[in-house]
Design a protein around this ligand. Sequence first.
Ligand SMILES: Nc1ccn([C@@H]2O[C@H](COP(=O)(O)O)[C@@H](O)[C@H]2O)c(=O)n1
Length: 289
Amino acid sequence: MVPELQKSTVRIQQPERVVGLIRAIKEQGGSKLQVISDFDMTLSRFGCNGRRCPTSHNILDNSHVVSEDGKKKLKDLLHHYYPIEIDPNRTLEEKRPLMVEWWTRAHELLSQQKIQKGDIAQIVRESDVMLRDGFNELFDQLHKYNVPMFIFSAGVGDILEEIIRQANVFYPNVHVVSNYMDFDDSGVLKCFKSPLIHTYNKNNSVLQGTAYFQQLSTRTSIILLGDSMGDLTMADGVPSVENILKIGFLNDKVEERRGKYLDAYDIVLESDETLDVVNGILRYILMET
Ligand SMILES: Nc1ccn([C@@H]2O[C@H](COP(=O)(O)O)[C@@H](O)[C@H]2O)c(=O)n1
């Protein structure tokens, strides 16, 4: 059915359920489908040649517009809070206030750096960010078959939009909800707009006021792509879900987190820097029979 599911990176706890879901989504057809995806470390790569790739926040943190002192403080925050974010032994209730603390402190530091709106394209161009292999096929297929793609990100919206713009895949079927920068009249960053989106509040609570899912109420088949336990709630605002296939990228601390990911995601992709499996499933679903 989908040869890519045989890849050595693929782990599935309930194979019959996955086959059933993929068949059901195909039967419903492309007109009933929508894709909901995280951005950092899901559409973008986690690593390349043994080196970590930057998140949309890191792209700003490492850029020439941030002072050496600012860089050090942002790195200290990352080293303190990232292990908490991915710790499988802490509850989401424990993590939430700490994530708010991390994002708030990082946004405050970035807002002191006099970052100019006009610098963003160059900052992205000069960064080491990489989209996962196969990103072109993913965006092109969804565009060709008019399948809406909702990118729900706790990263920096202005940066991630620029990444997909520079990759020439920011098609009209792509809609982004993320943390956006607020610039003053002369184009200098003054703060970040609310609501603050962090890893563990990616749900309906930060989508109030956006009618996006309501407009797509007939799209009852969902493919959800994420890399954290927080991404599992991204489709909570969809009014009537009939079939939801959850695909999770397990990038870091693979052994420690495997059990929880297998319980939560239908398909787990371990240290897989490609979108091969997602593209294979979409090809099968969208291909005319
Ligand atoms: N100051 C920060 C805050 C967060 N991050 C990382 O960015 C990721 C953004 O979330 P997605 O929803 O797009 O996955 C998150 O996983 C944090 O690790 C950061 O690098 N710097």
